[in-house]
Write a protein that binds this ligand. Structure first.
Ligand code: GUN
Length: 302
């Protein structure tokens, strides 16, 4: 799909930088592929990721296909489990328990949303925390809150990597996040406000009194609202870095949470949708899987 605003037209409109997650994710996959290739050539077993998809949700099928394709590029063995929509929770839990014990599996991905009738929280909690490469297990969320090593969720990790690799300073900056989901907003607030990133974070949500006023204080504005073009140009301060985490499906294609055309006139840097945060999320899933694999290989040796 053609981007509504390219680097060239952006420069005319005042954009300094398009934060290209697609290109960066491709670079990261190449780096990871080299690591896996070298380790396997030296006799290590390849990394393994179990991918569980229950039901036939069309968007989930696309996500899972993209994740499997990315795994193949890096040399991660993805093991698919495509289960019918009427799968019982007991059966799903039994599969997860089996995967928890398998030595060839370093990570377990349970694609969300699950069909109605299945308890997502209970199923996610059943995944062993040390194979939870999505970073959704309460133990990993707790570790993130405490600043301890563990798996952080992939989208927030991808946002941080995208900012870091584009030399966008976070230390001492005011980061305003809109959206407090468990998968994006909350963990992103913890990462950005942690000692490494060292930003000052405001977490806005549906109860925020004056959203525009909060947004206009941002050095970095991060949007995970889930509504197309919910953030308009008048809510974006001049020179702000805009990270659009929204993925909204419209009849003519994907669209973010930001009015991209309007934001182009204000932002110093901005992520496109598609091609911004989305590819980085998948790259971080691969990175988390490799992290688990490295730790597991070390344990297998020692
Ligand atoms: N559904 C939408 N995004 C995600 C994700 O990052 N992980 C999983 N497991 N399911 C999702």
């Amino acid at each position: 799909m053609a981007r509504p605003c390219s680097i060239t037209t952006g420069a005319v409109m005042g954009i300094n930088k398009l934060l290209d997650g697609k290109a960066l994710a491709s670079e990261l996959r190449a780096e990871m592929a080299t690591e896996v290739r070298n380790a396997v050539a030296a006799g290590a077993r390849p990394p393994g990721l179990a991918v569980i998809l229950v039901g036939d949700d069309a968007a989930s099928q696309v996500y899972v296909r993209n994740k499997q394709r990315a795994c193949a590029e890096v040399g991660i063995v993805s093991v698919p489990f495509l289960l019918p929509v009427d799968t019982s929770e007991a059966k799903l839990q039994a599969l997860i328990a089996d995967l928890n014990g398998r030595p060839d599996i370093d990570g377990i991905l349970l694609q969300l949303p699950l069909p109605e009738g299945l308890d997502s929280r209970a199923c996610l909690d059943a995944i062993a925390a040390d194979k939870d490469v999505d970073g959704f297990h309460p133990a990993n969320m707790g570790k993130l809150a405490l600043g301890l090593p563990g798996f952080a969720p992939c989208t927030p990790l991808g946002v941080l990597e995208l900012l870091k690799r584009n030399n966008i300073e976070l230390d001492g900056k005011k980061a305003v996040i809109v959206g407090r989901s468990n998968i994006v907003g909350k963990p992103l607030a913890m990462l950005l406000g942690g000692k490494d990133a060292n930003a000052t974070v405001t977490l806005c949500h549906s109860g925020t009194r004056n959203l525009k006023e909060e947004c206009l204080k941002a050095d970095i504005l991060l949007l995970a609202v889930g509504r197309p073009k919910a953030i308009t140009a008048d809510m974006i301060p001049d020179g702000c870095v805009v990270v659009d985490i929204g993925v909204n499906r419209l009849p003519d294609g994907l669209c973010g949470d930001v009015d991209f055309e309007g934001a182009c006139a204000k932002a110093s840097a901005i992520t496109p949708v598609p091609g911004g945060v989305g590819p980085m999320t998948i790259a971080m899933l691969l990175a988390n899987t490799l992290k688990s694999w490295r730790e597991r290989l070390a344990q297998e040796k020692g």
